[in-house]
Design a protein around this ligand. Structure first.
Ligand code: ZN
Length: 339
C-alpha cells in the first residue's frame, strides 16, 4: 500500500504524493514524500518532503511533525536530530517523523509556502487536486493519520509571535479522548501546559487529528523566527517523554514541574493602531486586570497620540507580538490565567 493512496472513495482522486519508502514494513528508513510540482525551475520536478520511519514489532504508532509553519524551528531541529539518532532496537511499535510538513515554507523561512502562499495549518483537510499546500494536507489525512495512534505537532510563535514554552491540548466533547490527550500533554512536560481555546478552529491540523479520534498534543515553544537552546531542549525532552508515555520507548517519562494555564477568549489583546510598540510586560510577568500590557506610539510625529493597551483579565503574559512595529489587527499579547 505504501506507494498507493489509502481510503479513496467514489469520485475521490488519489493523492499525487508518493512515499519513496515503505511506511509499514519493519526497519528504519529515510526517504521522501514526493509531490509532483512543475515550475520554471524544474519542468518535471517534485517537492521532496523528508520522512523517516522506524518500525519494530508490535506497538502503537506515533506521528511526529514540525514545520507545519516554516518559520518555527524547535520542532524541525529536534525531529531532524531524532531521525538521525533513533535506535531501531529500542522502538516498540512505530515512529513516523516528518520534520518539515510544509517543506517549501521551511526552506524559505516563512510561515506560508512560497509556491502558493498556503498556510498549511488553515487548509485541512486539504484536497488531492488543490494547491501544493492543500495536497500536503490531504496526504496527511488519507495516508499518515489513519496509521497513527498518537500525534505530536510541534509549533512555536514564528517571526511575529513569541510564547512561553507550553504543550497544549483542546477541550473536547469526547471526554475519554480529552483525558488521553491531557495525559499525553502532561507527559510531554513543557514548563507550561495549556488547555487551548482556538480563535478559529476551522482548517487546523489539530481539528482533523482530533476528529480522527487520535491522541493529540501540540506545542508553542518560543518564537521570533528563531530557536533558543533552552526551547530546543524542551522539545527534545518532550518528544522522548511522549514516546515513553506511549510505551514506544522503554522507561517512564522524566517528571517535570508544569504550570497549568488556560487562555480565555477575552485574554487576547489586539492592536487597533499602527505604530511602534513599547512592551510593558515580559513573557511570564504577572498582570492584574487593567494594568498596562503595551503602549503604541505614532512613529510619524513626535506629538502623536500614545495608545495604551491594558490587560482585559488578570493572569500572566503568555504570548507577545515579536516585531517592534505593530499593524492594526495584530495580536499584541495574550493573557493566560493560571489553573
Ligand atoms: Zn505554528
Amino acid at each position: 500500500m505504501t506507494n498507493m493512496s489509502m481510503a479513496t472513495g467514489p469520485g475521490l482522486k488519489p493523492s499525487p504524493i508518493r512515499a519513496s519508502i515503505d511506511l509499514d514494513a519493519p526497519g528504519l528508513r529515510h526517504g521522501f514524500l514526493k509531490l509532483p510540482h512543475s515550475s520554471d525551475a524544474s519542468a518535471w520536478g517534485s517537492v521532496m518532503i523528508p520522512i523517516c520511519v522506524a518500525c519494530n514489532g508490535e506497538g502503537p504508532t506515533a506521528l511526529l511533525t514540525g514545520g507545519n509553519h516554516g518559520d518555527e524551528y524547535e520542532g524541525p531541529i529536534a525531529l531532524y536530530k531524532l531521525a538521525a539518532a533513533i535506535d531501531l532496537a529500542q522502538v516498540r511499535g512505530r515512529v513516523i517523523i516528518v520534520p518539515a510538513m510544509n517543506y517549501p515554507a521551511l526552506e524559505a523561512g516563512r510561515r506560508t509556502s512560497p509556491i502558493d502562499n498556503g498556510n498549511l495549518n488553515r487548509v485541512f483537510p486539504g484536497s488531492p487536486s488543490g494547491t501544493v499546500t492543500e495536497k500536503i494536507a490531504d496526504y496527511f489525512c488519507r495516508n499518515l493519520l489513519p496509521r497513527a495512534d498518537l500525534v505530536l505537532d510541534l509549533h512555536s510563535g514564528g517571526r511575529t509571535l513569541e510564547f512561553l514554552p507550553f504543550a497544549a491540548c483542546h477541550a473536547l466533547d469526547d471526554k475519554e479522548q480529552e483525558a488521553r490527550c491531557r495525559s499525553a500533554m502532561e507527559a510531554f512536560g513543557a514548563p507550561y501546559s495549556v488547555i487551548m481555546t482556538e480563535m478559529d478552529a476551522s482548517g487546523l491540523y489539530d481539528t482533523v487529528v482530533e476528529e480522527f479520534g487520535k491522541t493529540f498534543v501540540t506545542t508553542e515553544l518560543g518564537g521570533g523566527g528563531t530557536a533558543r537552546a533552552s526551547t530546543v531542549r524542551i522539545a527534545e525532552r518532550g518528544i522522548l517523554n511522549l514516546l515513553r508515555h506511549a510505551g514506544i520507548l522503554e522507561g517512564a517519562p522524566e517528571p517535570v514541574e508544569s504550570t497549568l494555564l488556560t487562555m480565555p477568549d477575552e485574554g487576547y489583546v489586539v492592536s487597533e493602531h499602527h505604530g511602534l510598540v513599547e512592551p510593558c510586560l515580559d513573557l511570564g510577568d504577572p498582570v492584574a486586570e487593567g494594568e498596562l500590557v503595551a503602549r503604541v506610539f505614532d512613529q510619524r510625529r513626535t506629538a502623536g497620540a500614545t495608545i495604551e493597551y491594558r490587560a482585559p483579565v488578570s493572569g500572566i503574559l503568555a504570548a507577545r507580538h515579536f516585531p517592534g512595529m505593530v499593524q492594526a489587527g495584530d495580536c499584541l499579547g495574550v493573557i493566560a490565567v493560571p489553573g
